[in-house]
Ligand binder design. Sequence first.
Ligand SMILES: Nc1nc2c(ncn2[C@@H]2O[C@H](COP(=O)(O)OP(=O)(O)O)[C@@H](O)[C@H]2O)c(=O)[nH]1
Ligand SMILES: [Mg+2]
Length: 621
Amino acid sequence: MFTIGTAGHIDHGKSALVNALTGIDPDRLPEEKSRGMTIDLGFAWLTLPSGRDISIVDVPGHERFIRNMVAGAGGIDAALLVIAGDEGVMPQTREHLAILDVLGIDAGLIVITKCDLVEPDWLELVAAEALEVVEGSSLDGSPIATVSSTRRTGLNRLLGELDDLLDGLEQTPAGGRPRLPVDRAFSVSGYGTVVTGTLIDGPLKQGQGLEVLPSGVRTRVRGIQSHRTAVEELESGSRAAVNLSGVEVSDVPRGSVLAVPGDLRPSRLLDARLSLLGSAMKPLKNGTEIAMHTGTAEVRAAVRLLDVDALEPGASAWVQMRVRQPVSAKQGDRFVVRQLSPAVTIGGGEIVAPKASRLRRHDLDVLERLERLATGDMADSIVLTLERSGPMRRRELAEATGGPGPEFDQAMAKALKAEQVVHAGNTYFESEGLRRLVNAAKSLLAEFHEANPLRSGLQREELRNRLRLGSGQFNDLISFLELEGVVQVDGAVVRLASHRVELTEEQERAASALLEVLNMGGFNAPPLNELAKRFGVTDELLESLGAGGRLVRVGSNLAYEADSFEGIKDSIMKLIEDRGRIDVAGLRDHFASSRKYCLPILEYLDSAGITRRVGDFRVKR
Ligand SMILES: Nc1nc2c(ncn2[C@@H]2O[C@H](COP(=O)(O)OP(=O)(O)O)[C@@H](O)[C@H]2O)c(=O)[nH]1
Ligand SMILES: [Mg+2]
């Protein structure tokens, strides 16, 4: 369904026009009725001559209520730019037009109202002025309809024009995921909390679980109404009133967004393309605080200009918007920028990355990436995000690009198929980036092996630190390398699959002599440091013998030759089996040894998971 919005200066007959077209008075608040002035958004609907149902959002014209106008204009498909025949173009005609322009609303009709009050020649002048004012804007060349709402003239022609206009518009494709920026929340007795808004992505279904952003409160759709009629499901573009379970009115103020849980993540830093209106009075300086309107939300933001030091009226720039309150937006969302004081619309733009990290100013690489991000499709933005931020988990990546959902899945499939993205486990790499990481890991390991030929490999943690990866990403990378047969992992140590510890003849001779003595020594092995010194076995060589499984290091100065230790272990286990348990004294007596040997051996067996300590005794594990 299409939603149409009004726009134009106060008292130009917007609400009267909506009333005349639909029979519904959009001014619903008592204060609006008593003051004869629209303050907040009004809603109405009608069926066009073609049989098409449309919704209408009526906005206030008064300059004090521009924020309400922006909230209403956010989700509309086409605009009725209303200009009173007796007054012609006025300040908020221009300001509303500028807002439609920056929001990218490029379908509309110019409606000249109150034609009963003026002469036809005068109307022609107003029409000419109107065409001039829309020139160069998104409504450039829009058809003009002339009406009198009081005398009800020109209304049918207007409806016909509207039908023609909508014929040429594309309906948002179905199959997306619902997103509803909330413009009103109230309580209905017997129902509870009801919110309204224009469903910008859909469909929305009865019973659906949703999340309120930025608060993160979970809720469920208890009922949906469109145009006061209950419906099971609502397509995107429609006006919606949604009865929510489990939330208070205060949980869903205007500016909140309802979305599928996990689809959007509130962000405080967004990358965007910002244009300053030609009508802005002065250049925008880097760091300026402004009001940013996106969806139905209005937040304070500081603008970081990335490619200029001051943005001139009529020019555009890459910016980072640092917002004071979290914003829950998607890539491609439009926003309006207003000056804080005096409050006037000065520009707007498009969000390129909803969840950004701080970028360097005046950096050509950064600017080029933003450019590609803005012009590319989602698959490109996936690749670019990975390029920029390094490997990411799927979830993280979805949030950093357009949000999870079928669009993301499709884009991901495309990027994987084109081999621009590669994944290992749940971590996604930009393929060039992965190649670089693989090469880095390989050369770090090769260097290590070269420098430490006797060591079996590099500590995992050390490799992770050198590659500067998070542990999840690192683990995925290592699994990938293992699968590819590049590395071999032994506990906490990683080595190149091709690496073998090879002893020189001399080292082998020394090692064998040492092991031989140990083998002969039995339970009461001679101190390791003395043996090592005697045979000229370096610490490194000892370590390598341990890693290679030829030597069992039981204590800092106590080691056994592997086979001989196996025998000792078997005897101890047999002893435990016979006696049920054993303590240090028992072991000492059995082997005619001393605590010096028995204690470290039992502790070693504990730590190897072979025995278990119970009080002073060891039992079989
Ligand atoms: N004569 C005449 N008066 C109109 C017409 N349309 C609106 N008005 C009057 O203009 C005033 C402002 O209209 P309203 O719809 O509230 O303007 P809005 O602020 O743009 O919504 C009201 O007093 C209306 O009755 C029209 O076509 N002809
Ligand atoms: Mg009004």
